[in-house]
Design a protein around this ligand. Sequence first.
Ligand code: ZN
Length: 193
Amino acid sequence: MAQLFFKYGAMNSGKTIEILKVAYNYEEQNKPVAIMTSGLDDRDEIGIVSSRIGLRREGIAIFEETNVFETIKALENAPACVLIDESQFLTKEHVLQLAHIVDELDIPVMAFGLKNDFKNELFEGSEYLLLYADKIEEMKTICWYCHKKATMNMRMIDGKPVYSGEQIQIGGNESYFPVCRKHYFNPLLKGDL
Ligand SMILES: [Zn+2]
């Protein structure tokens, strides 16, 4: 039986690299995969799945009006697996469509994304993936400032942490860092272990 997986992790936890690795493994066995990503993320070209280490490939962009279930159903070659990047940006409807892909088409879906935003609130996509996924897995990375596990994402603008503002802000001058809880609240305690 196919399952819906939600693999979440803080910034820089290797989510995209994992997608590209899983895709490679399937394709090595001549099993096609469908790679999809949020159309909201236009830091690179829209629909491109790219990792910080430089690996990238083309995917299908998901926009608000996209019906993910119908998109997968309409593919000429049914994929052996559907891989979703930036799944935090999905809507509740998209997540329900992913569940239908698993339940009705019997195709496993692996969604990768952030769980919490910089205000430490759940993203819509992540909230519903946590509710509907069969399997939930944490991808780990360490805090920018210490050796603890990073569980939160800090937004910095001009070197200062920001705790309010729009949830989704792509392509601005802000940057994001994976941090532990202590350093989420006190990011300037550099090297304080
Ligand atoms: Zn820390």
